[in-house]
Design a protein around this ligand. Structure first.
Ligand code: ZN
Ligand code: ZN
Length: 444
């Protein structure tokens, strides 16, 4: 609450008026107010960040993490509902009539061992799929949580400047692409207001202080591929009496790449990767069957459909060539691509460009996937943007080859520089939310 008072004081000192409809945001003054307040409040956010980083939790097990965020949000004045979609949180702050703007963070970490050697590195373990594993915030969701709390504090401090409802949600299990859906199924948009606009951010191995955004497609469709080739097992020295499923698997892995190079439009994005092959037990035994597990990534539905058809045809053809029965083919629908709303992005980018100048840029979509798309597909026009985490000089050196490559998300060495990264997250997200309130006010 100390933050709210100091921020309001600085807003008054800066003489930023409560803007009427159609007023332009005074971005320079707002940014100064946000940064001054951030400076005084940072020690608290730093402690929260390092505590969450040191004690990460895997998807749907984020109970302590959710409890920490619930306490923070209640202290700021939000009404908090816990256990939405198992471990998710919904925090609501009402401030008069106006639109509902949603801001999402993730809660979960990854089942891997941290190797950064940082003083606040995680040494925690949890049970995951029946076995004990180290846990690490190597996707940077801890940065998102600290930025989320900081943004909530800032916006409450600026409550004279906007009217409506803040809906801050913390979703579980993003890494398993299951948490967003779990919250929606548990009544996220029926038990709580349906947001008019939504925002989320993700950090990555760029320079801190920088923002990347996209209009339209921002991440890939992700679908799972499972194929089982049925052969006829036998002696490795008598192959003529067998149908070799290892040969079929090998041929498929190579031939399926021609779906990418010959069937798909070369100017469109599409990837097929086979990440696992399971077959056989010994060198002199031709096994009965071979199983392949892979992932299919695309941006556009029509490319996705074309690739599915090509993959299935290739798998069947490989079996026919070998004189084998047709294979079992299963394509499991995963995460859909994020499609950023042009009006939401347009309004936010105008404000963010005024605040960040050349440090904000439009970039091509990323090829990983994100289940934030569930919220968009449920009808929340949104902007999903990215922020960098490393010293700009180290990033420049890595890019021009004069310095070592920097660890990215999911690396055991991923180590954001906390303060400037969280500061960018708070400043950018606060301004983005204010742009959405302002845009809606103009439209009234
Ligand atoms: Zn991740
Ligand atoms: Zn992530």
């Amino acid at each position: 609450m100390r933050f709210a008072k100091s921020l309001l004081a600085s807003v008054v000192l800066c003489s930023v008026p409560a803007w009427p409809a159609r007023a332009e945001l005074d971005v320079t003054k707002l940014k100064q107010s946000i940064e001054t307040s951030f400076e005084s409040e940072y020690p608290q956010l730093d402690a929260l960040y390092k505590d969450i980083h040191a004690h990460p939790e895997i998807g749907f097990q984020e109970e302590k993490t959710a409890a920490k965020l619930a306490a923070e949000m209640r202290a700021i004045g939000f009404e908090v509902t816990e256990k939405v979609g198992k471990t998710g949180l919904v925090a609501i702050y009402k401030n008069g009539d106006g639109p509902t703007i949603m801001v999402r963070t993730e809660l979960d970490a990854l089942p891997m061992e941290e190797k950064t050697g940082l003083p606040y590195a995680s040494h925690d373990q949890q049970i995951w799929h029946g076995r004990e594993t180290f846990v690490d915030h190597s996707c940077g969701h801890d940065i998102h949580m600290a930025s989320w709390v900081g943004t909530a504090k800032t916006l409450v401090g600026l409550k004279d400047q906007w009217h409506g409802t803040l809906m801050f949600i913390a979703q579980p299990a993003e890494e398993e692409a299951a948490g967003a859906k779990a919250m929606i199924v548990d009544g996220l948009f029926t038990r709580f207001p349906k947001p008019d606009v939504g925002f989320a951010l993700h950090d990555g191995p760029g320079a801190y202080g920088t923002i990347a955004y996209r209009v339209g497609v921002g991440s890939s469709n992700s679908d799972g591929l499972y194929i089982k080739f049925h052969g006829r097992g036998g002696h490795g020295a008598i192959p003529q009496a067998t149908i070799d499923p290892v040969m079929m698997a090998a041929r498929f892995v190579v031939d399926v790449q021609s779906v990418i190079s010959r069937e798909k439009d070369p100017t469109e994005f599409g990837v097929i990767s086979i990440g696992a092959i399971h077959s056989g037990s010994a060198g002199n035994i031709i096994p009965d069957d071979a199983t392949l597990v892979g992932t299919i990534r695309t941006f556009k539905p029509e490319v996705r459909a074309r690739m599915f058809a090509g993959i299935e045809r290739t798998a069947r053809a490989v079996a026919v060539m070998a004189g084998a029965p047709l294979p079992d083919i299963r394509i499991t629908e995963g995460t859909k691509a994020i499609v950023n709303d042009p009006i939401v992005v347009g309004a936010a980018v105008k404000v963010l460009k005024a605040a960040f100048a050349e440090k904000i840029a439009a970039t091509p979509p990323g090829t990983p996937s994100e289940d934030y798309s569930e919220f968009i597909n449920a009808g929340v026009p949104s902007m999903f943007f990215n922020i960098g985490v490393y010293d700009p000089e180290r990033v420049a050196a890595a890019r021009n080859g004069s310095g070592p490559p920097l660890p990215g998300n999911h690396s055991p060495l991923f180590a954001p520089v906390p303060k400037p990264t969280i500061q960018t997250g708070v400043t950018a997200m606060t301004l983005a939310v204010l742009s959405a309130f302002d845009e809606r006010a103009k439209g009234q």
